[in-house]
Design a protein around this ligand. Structure first.
Ligand code: PXP
Length: 235
């Protein structure tokens, strides 16, 4: 399954603070072309997706809507109110460019469990975005999670074959372990058209959540057509 993260369509819009490109229109296009889920991240600093986008996505999207979110109070209230199909708890530091490491479930078991239960009571599924680390996986299961998303950042950023092999193995072992203790396994962060291929051999991974590389590729898949259309108008 493929979850397409449409945050960076909103990043382009927010660069100008105008009303296009519209992430909801993008979500509908992704859905029409086979996305199994639409993913967005409502960040505390609202650098891309805005509250109004989330409301509109909830109304428009017919596949699974997966909201990535920090467990901060304001955002938790919004999630409980909008009720996406699924939320993914992620860590959030304001200055980071993207979600850098996984959520530390182990040292925040009580807090994560409390918010997870709040979501479940509203019928919202909860996934925990964690590093491929057995202790974090076990802790996730212990607090009642049913699904996790393994952070693939270290795999995606590996600089040489040795590191790549180690990170791949770590994802493989983690996926097997997670599945064996009853967790659904998703994966995401930094995945692109090349590094996705080996991961497909890890059968335990049911869903991939991918954003930046798809939006980046779309620029070059579409740029030629966009220039041609403008040239015809200018001529
Ligand atoms: N999964 C999670 C939990 C994320 O936080 C992100 C980044 O927003 C992604 C997947 C998508 O990562 P990328 O944009 O690098 O494909």
């Amino acid at each position: 399954m493929l979850g397409v993260n449409i945050d960076h369509v909103a990043t382009i819009r927010e660069a100008r603070k105008i009303n296009y490109p519209d992430p909801v229109e993008a979500a509908l296009l992704c859905q029409a072309r086979g996305a199994d889920a639409i993913v967005c991240h409502l960040r505390e600093d609202r650098r891309h997706i805005q509250d109004r986008d989330l409301c509109r996505l909830k109304k428009a999207v017919t596949v699974k809507l997966n909201l990535e979110m920090a467990m901060s109070e304001g955002i938790v209230d919004i999630a409980l109110d909008i009720k996406p199909d699924q939320v993914t708890f992620v860590p959030e530091k304001r200055k980071e460019l993207t979600t850098e490491g996984g959520l530390d479930v182990l040292s925040r078991k009580n807090r994560v469990k409390k918010v997870l239960q709040k979501m479940k009571r509203k019928g919202i599924e909860v996934s925990l975005f964690i590093d491929p680390d057995m202790r974090q996986i076990r802790a996730s299961r212990e607090i009642g999670a049913r699904m996790i998303e393994l952070h693939t950042g270290r795999y995606a950023n590996a600089q040489n074959k040795k590191d790549l092999k180690r990170e791949y193995q770590s994802l493989k072992n983690s996926s097997k372990f997670a599945k064996s203790i009853g967790l659904k396994v998703f994966a995401g962060h930094g995945l692109n058209y090349k590094n996705i291929k080996p991961l497909k051999n890890i059968k335990e991974i049911e869903e991939y959540n991918i954003g930046h590389s798809i939006v980046a590729h779309a620029v070059f898949v579409g740029l030629g057509k966009a220039v041609k259309e403008m040239k015809a108008l200018v001529k």
